[in-house]
Design a protein. Sequence first.
Length: 164
Amino acid sequence: MLCEAHSQYTDNNLHLNVSKTKELIVDFRRRQREEHAPLSINGTMVERVSSFRFLGVHISEDLTWTHHTDFITKSARQRLFFLRRLRRLNMDSRILCSFYRCTTESILTGCITAWYSSCTALNRKALQRVVKAAQHITRMELPSMEDLYTQRCRKTTKIIKDPS
């Protein structure tokens, strides 16, 4: 199969960048996992990884979202530092809220319709703690992660149903 695909790529003048290509094996069989033969393209070995980032979403070999939620929680918490600095400078709550929505909420909700429904309760709780911390800093009511997810799903459904 690989040989057929490879010849197809050269026929279409498409060249794969092996340094940017990763191999991720998803295998849920109960019996002992056999070692898969290493993948190579033009004699160069392709790196095998347990997770990788694709379009801003971390995908892991066990198809859980723990790695992704840990990453975005950490990134969002780093943005809260700047929100706290702005609060110390006596910025208006509306400006703080706008800053939060642009810098932090955008990180928390990136591709949320793809991963949020499959997260564990523990991951959801960690994400919600970031929102609660931002609420404390901005002194304003902010939408919960569940509300943001529902809102984005509604928008996605409207887009899908629109024939134009």
